[in-house]
Design a protein around this ligand. Structure first.
Ligand SMILES: [Zn+2]
Length: 373
């Protein structure tokens, strides 16, 4: 199996909302890898005719290293600042992200896909394919949009647009759409695949047909999953896709629509009317938000605690481990991984008491066993 996790947009330090997602998914990964090791151990000792041993699970994560926020954050810096280049800024915060995950004892993915490294090879051909089969169009603004109605016209109940989106009222649904581009879109639900370069934007590519620009956020994951899938065609298939619950709509909803549109035949291939009934990735894991003082922890609300702050140990002792306390909190003491969790220093220090009791018990057990010979 292959497992894809939506990774960070790297323009600022990661906070505990991100940390909970990646720690929860790391726990799932460790369970899967443990199950795999057990299974492999069992099959090699079996007296039954041996079946080929499947390869270990493959974990893939993307890094969004080009995006509105990255460009705006870099542009707001002084020109003499080394982080005033969008790519330098992205690399800086990506390095900080991996360092944070290492300190939280989160295993690194086997494959990291950076958007900037896939624009020409994977993302542009993917968008072109959607245009060719009639599920995307270039608007008068020069931006390329996904055509939700065209997709719906050529699809079926299993691949309908929005199937993953949580039930939301129509007003709520539309309030979360990109209203700024209403005039150029064919349908309010259409979303951007290729953003035409705006004046002064420092990071861009030249598309053969649509000119200078950069990919929209949603297309990157569908296209990079496709690229990795082709690379590992013989051994792996993506069966799990994960991320924070706020990605369910619109990001994952749009990823699914793009991927299920990508396999539709070209418009001029009128003889082929068979529509694919196969869904894209069958299993989705969404982790809940972290709340603090009654509000969702977020960069925009500026109410976040950084991972760096979490891992500062006020009272270091031989048993202290703020990373393990946080992991235990994520494992169960913050409630279900799917629901919201309320963070406070007290909540994590309760995890610390439980963990230290467990560690003492294990250390005592070891000592008694060694004394007993
Ligand atoms: Zn994604």
């Amino acid at each position: 199996i292959a497992f894809y996790t939506c990774g960070p947009t790297v323009y600022a330090p990661a906070h505990l909302g991100h940390a909970r997602t990646y720690v929860c998914l790391d726990i799932v990964r460790r369970v899967l890898e443990h199950q795999y090791a057990q299974h492999r151990g069992g099959s090699s000792n079996s007296t039954m005719p041996s079946s080929p041993v499947p390869p270990p699970p493959l974990f893939v994560m993307n890094v969004t290293d080009v995006d509105d926020k990255i460009l705006a954050t870099a542009a707001a810096r002084d020109e003499t600042d080394s982080l005033s280049s969008p790519l330098a800024l992205a690399r800086h915060y990506e390095a900080a992200f991996w360092s944070d995950l290492d300190r939280l004892n989160v295993l690194r993915p086997h494959v990291v896909t950076r958007v900037t490294e896939h624009v020409e090879t994977a993302i542009l051909p993917y968008i072109q394919r959607l245009v060719d089969n009639g599920t995307a169009y270039c608007a008068t603004s020069g931006d390329v949009y996904f055509d939700v109605r065209a997709f719906e016209d050529r699809t079926n109940a299993r691949t309908r647009y929005g199937k993953l989106a949580p039930p939301v009222s129509a007003t709520d649904f539309y309030s979360r759409l990109d209203q700024t581009a209403e005039t150029v879109k064919r349908d309010p639900r259409d979303f951007v695949l290729w953003k035409r370069r705006k004046e002064g934007e420092a990071l861009f590519w030249t598309a053969p047909v649509w000119g200078e620009g950069r990919p929209g956020w949603h297309i990157e994951c569908s296209a990079m999953i496709q690229a990795v899938q082709e690379q590992f065609q013989q051994t792996h298939r993506f069966v799990v896709h994960a991320g924070g619950v706020d990605l369910q709509f619109p990001h994952h909803t749009n990823e699914i629509a793009q991927a299920e549109a990508h396999v539709l035949p070209d418009l001029d291939n009128v003889t082929d009317t068979t529509l694919p009934v196969q869904e894209w990735i069958p299993h989705w894991i969404h982790t809940g938000h972290v709340h603090i003082d009654g509000l969702k922890m977020s960069k925009s609300l500026k109410n976040f605690v950084s991972i760096e702050e979490l891992l500062q140990d006020d009272n270091p002792s031989s048993l202290s481990s703020p990373a393990d306390d946080f992991r235990l909190w994520c494992l169960g003491m913050s409630g279900s991984y799917r629901g919201p969790a309320t963070y406070s220093r007290d909540a994590v220090s309760q995890s610390s008491h439980v963990r230290e009791k467990l560690v003492r018990f294990l250390l005592d057990g070891e000592r008694w066993l060694s004394q007993a010979g």
